[in-house]
Write a protein that binds this ligand. Structure first.
Ligand code: PHE
Length: 483
């Protein structure tokens, strides 16, 4: 029997788009995007990001999906099918989801805890300086317990299969998530703080108006603008889940009659819209209640979701008690569809390469992930202790404190080092070794027209490799002298 007939697949275009959007929409959209927008002049960042999505985002996403569909293989085997000499790239790509899964489920567990905590005792979760959060993450058993639940749900969905698990689940979750985020964003738009008189609408204007100044009113320098573009770029490919084998794996489940150009467009729109709406929720919410929090927010990270937002929900009074759990449920949905895609990228690859039954391999990998995630959890406790290292891209302030836990370090290796390296190598392979026509032909099978093919070829051959090299240099700290 040919592998094609045995292979799992999505039922059609919509199932695929929603599953891929499920992967794309995640914590990156909800906490990183609003943070970056706050930091980099609101509307200015939005415009730059949009420009990058339509050019780079589209090209990178199309490349991954087309590689998957054309080779019919998951990431581990896809590159060697293109060219046997490029087998190493498959292996390298496989490393990324293998790293990410170990900490993504830990954060997933924190979110579940916050659904529970914000329902039962919002004021405790909303303590001013993050003591609740730190006490929780540095305790021993509770984070492991919540992580276990999150991992179990993820594993269950992957266990149920591509169509019956991932697709079916995404078809329900994604529309619900979308409605919830619109609801919360609209609510914030009409919110008002009686004491300061600040309104959500003003906060919204603060979010979308392009500015050339930071939260403290300091004017941007050329160096800041360059940082903005590079940060927007790395946000973009983290957000679209490219360069980690996920979209290759999902692409390999797409039937030949699906219009890839149209699907890529829909995934991009969905992902960017959710990021925009997340900003509409988070930026005005912090703006209404205090400018201080808007400033703190630019530091980003989990603090936004786990420390700042609970305070804001608490300030909202009675209504906040309803919005808070709803918000965390929505975040959990977003994180779940992403972690499902990460696990699937590993399971799909292993099932194919080692020719083992999917269900069996799913259980084995989940068990390994569980052990690794426990270690990541313990990285926040005094069992392992905080590891004192300075990462090459740390800014001066962080470098002084120089305290990173295991999660930060894993995140640095996967997102800041491996992803741009993989992307660069993929661009070289597609742009220069097999040539962009290899992808264009795949998009144009079954008589579909590839609208932006000239742009695509230019991006893959020239623009993307240059930017990737800049990103790698930035991750290595080469631009620190710019301040
Ligand atoms: N793309 C997801 C986001 O924006 C995150 C993600 C990372 C998903 C890694 C899968 C793998 O948050």
């Amino acid at each position: 029997m040919s592998t094609q007939t045995k292979k799992s697949s999505f039922s059609g275009g919509i199932g695929f788009v929603l599953a891929a959007a499920g992967s794309a929409v995640g914590l990156g959209n909800l906490w990183r995007f609003p943070t970056l927008a706050s930091k980099y002049g609101g509307g200015l960042f939005l415009l730059v990001y949009l420009g990058l999505v339509l050019t780079f985002g589209f090209s990178l996403l199309m490349t991954d999906i087309a590689i998957g569909r054309k080779t019919g293989k998951s990431s581990l085997d896809a590159y060697k099918t293109i060219n046997p000499k490029w087998n190493f790239l498959g292996k390298l790509t496989f490393v990324v989801p293998s790293i990410i899964i170990t900490y993504y489920v830990v954060i997933g567990g924190w979110i579940l805890k916050y659904i529970f905590a914000s329902t039962t005792n919002l004021s405790a979760a909303a303590d001013g300086n993050g003591e609740f959060f730190t006490a929780f993450t540095s305790s021993k058993a509770p984070p492991i317990f919540w992580m276990l639940i999150f991992l179990a749900i993820t594993a269950f969905i992957v266990f149920c299969g591509v169509e019956k698990g991932i697709e079916r689940f995404s078809k329900i979750i994604m529309p619900v998530l979308f409605v919830m985020i619109i609801g919360i964003a609209l609510f914030v738009l009409f919110a008002k703080d009686e004491t300061t008189g600040r309104t959500g609408w003003k906060g919204f204007l603060h979010y979308v108006t392009p500015r050339l100044t930071d939260a403290e009113g300091k004017k941007f320098t050329i160096a800041t603008i360059m940082q903005l573009v590079l940060d927007a770029m790395s946000q973009l490919f983290f957000s679209l889940s490219v360069a980690m084998g996920i979209m290759i794996t999902y692409g390999s489940y797409v039937k030949k009659d699906v219009d890839l150009g149209k699907s890529v467009k829909q995934i991009e729109i969905f992902d960017t819209l959710v990021a925009f709406l997340a900003g509409m929720m988070v930026v005005p919410a912090t703006y209404i209640f205090s400018l201080e929090t808007t400033k703190i927010m630019t530091k980003g990270g989990p603090g936004v979701i786990f420390i700042i937002l609970p305070q804001i929900f608490e300030k909202m009074g009675a209504i906040g008690k309803i919005i808070a759990p709803l918000f965390f449920v929505m975040v959990a949905f977003a994180a779940l569809t992403s972690s499902v895609s990460i696990l699937e990228a590993i399971v799909g690859s292993c099932a194919e390469t080692f020719k083992i039954n999917r269900k069996k391999i799913c259980l084995i990998i989940s068990a390994i992930a569980l052990v690794a995630a426990i270690i990541v959890c313990l990285g926040f406790t005094d069992v392992l202790g905080f590891i004192k290292v300075v990462l090459p891209n740390d800014d001066a302030i962080t470098a002084k404190e120089a305290s990173h836990n295991l999660l930060d370090i894993l995140d640095y290796i996967s997102n800041y080092l491996l992803m741009p390296i993989i992307s660069l190598l993929t661009c070289i392979l597609i742009g220069w070794v097999v040539k962009p026509k290899w992808v264009i032909d795949e998009v144009e099978t079954e008589g579909v027209k590839f609208g932006r093919k000239k742009l695509y070829a230019f991006m893959i051959k020239y623009a993307a490799p240059v930017v990737m090299i800049l990103l790698i240099l930035q991750s290595l700290g080469a631009f620190k002298f710019l301040g």
